[in-house]
Design a protein around this ligand. Structure first.
Ligand SMILES: [Zn+2]
Length: 191
């Protein structure tokens, strides 16, 4: 069956936004193999940034993640932080994408995250044996990259300027929410 996105479709932000919003299991309805194989690191990172933007539009923390299978080039998991949306104290972009992917071998996948992972997510990423992690923002947060590398995960930095700008704006607008996401509500009473 012909799909909306194929070998001839230009890769634009509009197209990547549709991919970000589409449930992972339904992506084959939207795009074919030829289109999937044309997506590059920067495109997957932009999808993570657009998932972060989706979260922000829902009133949540703007962090998104995408997991891609090396052999097929297909997205096998994606998601965003749901601290606000689900009242979930530790569902970060990375954990949301991992839960979406389910019980697969992450040793043949790359995870793209719009923001440098927290210590908990970094630990989960090496414990689940990810082959590679691509980080889209080490300007607003950083520090767990050496931990990942020490445990054999290949880490590449591929900053997305739009994602960095989005996160900086959010942090300026909602500093309390940003602190809660990283340190819990205890952080509001520590002074
Ligand atoms: Zn995290």
């Amino acid at each position: 069956m012909p799909t909306l996105l194929d070998a001839a479709t230009p890769v634009t932000d509009t197209v990547l936004t549709a991919i970000a919003h589409m449930p992972t299991a339904s992506l084959p309805v939207l795009m074919d193999d030829a289109f999937a194989r044309r997506l590059r690191d920067a495109d997957f990172m932009r999808i993570a940034v657009l998932l972060a933007r989706k979260s922000r539009s829902e009133g949540g923390c703007p962090i998104g993640a995408v997991i891609v299978d090396h052999a097929s080039g297909w997205i096998v998991g994606k998601g965003h932080n749901t601290l606000v949306q689900e009242g979930h104290p530790y569902n970060h972009g990375e954990t949301a994408a991992i839960r979406d992917a389910g019980r697969i071998d992450f040793g043949h996948t790359t995870l793209y995250t719009s923001l440098s992972p927290c210590a908990v997510c970094a630990t989960l990423l090496y414990m689940r044996g990810f082959a590679r992690v691509v980080v889209g923002d080490v300007t607003n947060a950083s520090g767990t990259e050496p931990l990942l590398r020490e445990h054999g995960v290949r880490v590449d930095i591929l900053e997305d300027p739009q994602g960095i700008e989005d996160y900086a704006r959010y942090r300026a607008e909602q500093p309390q929410l940003d602190l809660e996401d990283w340190q819990g509500l205890r952080s509001h009473h520590s002074e």
